[in-house]
Design a protein around this ligand. Structure first.
Ligand code: FAD
Length: 224
C-alpha cells in the first residue's frame, strides 16, 4: 500500500521544532535547508535512488543493520504521532522502535527539537562510502554547560536487534568534562548497552571490537 498521496508529506520547522510527515522521503529530508544537521544521516543511507523512495516512517520499521534515521530519531528523542481506528496518539520513538504500532495504526508524523550543530554528533561505520548497511551507527545529542556534560542522549545502530540508547555511556559522560579521557570511558561503557550480531557485513566479535572506537570518534568529531 502506498502512502504517497495520503496527506502525510508535510514538513514544518517552527521555533526549533521539526514536524516531519510519515511519507516524507529521505531525499526530501536531506535537501531541507532547515535540517542540515540531519544531512550526514540521510547521506549515509543507501543510495540516492533508494532515498528518493524511502520514507521517514518506513525507516522506523526496517530491520537492523538498516534504520540509520531511526537511530538518529532515537538520539533526538523524537515523538511519533500515530493514528488509527482508536484515534490519535503520540508515543516516544523508543516505544515505537521497541513495540511497533498496533494493528490498523499508522505513523502519521515524527517531531523533534532540531539540535544545534555543535551539540549533534553522528557517524556510521560501513564497508563502502555509499550503499552499505551499518557496522556501527552512532547518533548523539550532548549538552555541555560550564565545561561539563549536562545531558547526553546517545543511540546506537548495528548494535542489537533494534536501535538502542547507550545508557551506560550516557551515565559515564554526564556530569563530567567533555574531553578525550571521559569520552573514551563512555565509549567503552557503551559495550554494556550493545549486543552486536553476526551478519553479512561484520561478525558480532568485530562489532564489539569497533563499537567503542566509533562511539569515541563520533563524540570527538573524528568520524569518517
Ligand atoms: C538496497 C537497500 C539499501 C538500504 N540501505 C539502507 C541503509 O544503509 N540505511 C538505512 O537506514 N536504510 C537502508 N535501507 C532501508 C531504506 O532506507 C528504507 O528505510 C526502507 O527500504 C523502507 O522503505 P519505505 O519507506 O518505502 O517503507 P516500506 O518498505 O513501505 O515499509 C517498511 C515497513 O514500514 C511499515 N510502514 C511504512 N510506513 C508506515 C507508516 N506510516 N505507519 C506504519 N507503518 C509503516 C511498512 O508496513 C513496512 O512494514 C535500504 C534499503 C534498500 C532496499
Amino acid at each position: 500500500m502506498s502512502l504517497r498521496h495520503a496527506g502525510l508529506g508535510g514538513l514544518e520547522v517552527n521555533g526549533g521544532r521539526a514536524v516531519v510527515g510519515a511519507a516524507v522521503t529521505l531525499a526530501r529530508l536531506g535537501r531541507d535547508e532547515r535540517l542540515t544537521v540531519l544531512r550526514p544521516v540521510v547521506e549515509s543511507i543507501a543510495s540516492p535512488t533508494i532515498r528518493n523512495l524511502a520514507t521517514v516512517a518506513g525507516n522506523l520499521f526496517v530491520r537492523q543493520p538498516y534504520g540509520d534515521l531511526a537511530v538518529a530519531l532515537l538520539a533526538l528523542d523524537a515523538e511519533v504521532s500515530v493514528e488509527g481506528s482508536a484515534g490519535k496518539a503520540s508515543r516516544p520513538v523508543a516505544a515505537v522502535l521497541e513495540d511497533g504500532v498496533a494493528p490498523r495504526q499508522l505513523v502519521t508524523a515524527v517531531a523533534f527539537d532540531v539540535p544545534d550543530p555543535g551539540r549533534w554528533f553522528y557517524t556510521k561505520a560501513m564497508r563502502r562510502r555509499q550503499n552499505s548497511a551499518s557496522i556501527v551507527t552512532v547518533a548523539a545529542v550532548v549538552l555541555v554547560e560550564d565545561g561539563q556534560v549536562a545531558s547526553a542522549r546517545i543511540a546506537l545502530g548495528g548494535a542489537g536487534a533494534r536501535p538502542v540508547r547507550a545508557v551506560s555511556a550516557e551515565a559515564a559522560l554526564t556530569g563530567r568534562p567533555f574531553d578525550r579521557p571521559h569520552v573514551e570511558q563512555a565509549a567503552h561503557a557503551a559495550l554494556d548497552d550493545a549486543s552486536p550480531f553476526d551478519d553479512a557485513y561484520a561478525s558480532a566479535w568485530y562489532g564489539r571490537r569497533v563499537l567503542p572506537v566509533h562511539v569515541r570518534r563520533a563524540l570527538l568529531g573524528e568520524g569518517g
